[in-house]
Design a protein around this ligand. Structure first.
Ligand code: PMP
Length: 366
């Protein structure tokens, strides 16, 4: 592990060293099978056991109700933007989107390929820095579903509650905060997340699906077989060759999550880590600034500017940070500035190193 840095990447992102080391130990000869998981048939008994255990661990860790389906699909969260619509629109033509950031905006755009994505709210004009109160949402009782993004990775806006949308099925993109706190799966018709933040390497998405959406009754005719929730469920997420190695690493990460105390442990860590960073921002007298309204601040992705968006100074910050082993702190290419992503793999001491550096940098560059 020599030479590892504190990696604040928004995803793919840092993972617990223990998980990487376990994968390394098992890499070339998995449990005496004489081969790597990378080399195994997905129909082998070893791999079937890995997949079944991974699914069970998803169920355990996320307290998935027993009648819900667990889906493991390739293509990441972006493909889920389309899969949601292709499997959930049914005979309806409209769906509602609560757009509070760039990922929700993309999901909404995808809906318009197959139906009508309605904007129940859209905070783009105020640069995605708030979550409007429910009274301001324009919810259509005839919508096939309401979609929200629980944590906007680029803009740093996080729902601290499950939106109440009445009887319309609720769909959540939890790509960047799934695993960071306990969730109420039963309040959702579908929750999905790309893997590469708190669950493992890139290449897959997981989904928790209410059973009435697993029977194909609301699937559009044009839905590609690979995107079909029914096909995925009927084949236990093995309709085709899955992202085997990614699935295996996810399983190891989930086992680790169980060992450290599950989601309540990660929730505690997320609170502590984000409080450290926001503490420095708020105590900096405007040297560091977070544009997001306090009630909507993300515990996971913290975008910030330096001295009112001084780009030269932000570049200097990013360069000097590396001397302290603090990497990948640049903001998303669409917004610039800085961003610290605090996924589960980022230890508290990494965040303390960051906040110490932020304080020193401020003292030297005020
Ligand atoms: N939704 C959110 C909240 C994300 O953060 C991302 C990726 N950063 C996506 C969707 C898209 O995921 P993918 O790259 O896996 O398609």
């Amino acid at each position: 592990a020599d030479g590892r840095v504190y990696n604040f990447s928004p995803g793919p992102s840092t993972m617990p060293l223990e998980v990487l080391e376990e994968v390394q130990r098992e890499l070339v000869n998995y449990k005496g099978s004489g081969m790597s998981v990378m080399e195994m048939s997905h129909r082998s008994k070893e791999f079937m056991a890995i997949a079944a255990e991974a699914e069970q661990n998803l169920r355990d860790v996320f307290a998935v109700p027993s009648d819900y389906k667990v889906l493991m699909m390739q293509g990441g969260a972006s493909l889920q933007f389309s899969a949601v619509v292709l499997n959930m629109l049914g005979t309806k033509s409209k769906a509602d989107y609560l757009v509070t950031g760039q990922w929700g905006e993309k999901a909404h755009k995808e809906c318009n390929k197959y139906g009508t994505g309605q904007l129940a709210c859209n905070t783009k004009s105020s640069k995605f820095t708030t979550i409007p109160a429910k009274a301001e949402w324009k919810l259509d009782p005839e919508a096939a579903f309401v979609h929200y993004c629980a944590n906007e990775t680029i803009n740093g806006v996080e729902f601290s509650y499950t939106p109440d949308v009445g009887s319309v099925p609720l769909v959540a993109d939890m790509s960047s905060n799934l695993g960071s706190r306990p969730i109420d799966v039963g309040k959702h018709a579908y929750i999905y997340a790309g893997l590469h933040k708190n669950l493992g390497p890139a290449g897959m998405a997981v989904g928790f699906l209410r059973p009435d959406f697993a029977d194909g009754s609301k699937e559009l005719k044009i839905c590609p077989t690979y995107c079909s929730f029914k096909t995925t469920c009927d084949n236990s997420s093995m309709y085709n060759t899955p992202a085997c190695f990614t699935m295996y690493v996810m399983g190891e990460y989930l086992k680790y999550t169980k060992r450290v105390g599950g989601l309540s442990y990660w929730a505690e860590q997320s609170d502590k880590k984000s409080e450290l960073v926001y503490g420095v921002i708020d105590g900096s007298d405007g040297f560091y600034q977070s544009a997001v309204e306090k009630s909507a601040r993300s515990r996971i992705n913290i975008p910030f500017t330096i001295r009112g968006g001084d780009e030269a100074l932000e570049r200097k910050f990013l360069d000097e940070a590396k001397k302290h082993k603090l990497y990948s702190l640049a903001g998303h290419m669409s917004v610039g500035a800085c961003r610290a992503s605090l996924y589960n793999g980022m230890p508290l001491e990494g965040v303390a190193t960051l906040t110490d550096f932020m304080k020193c940098f401020m003292d030297e560059n005020r």
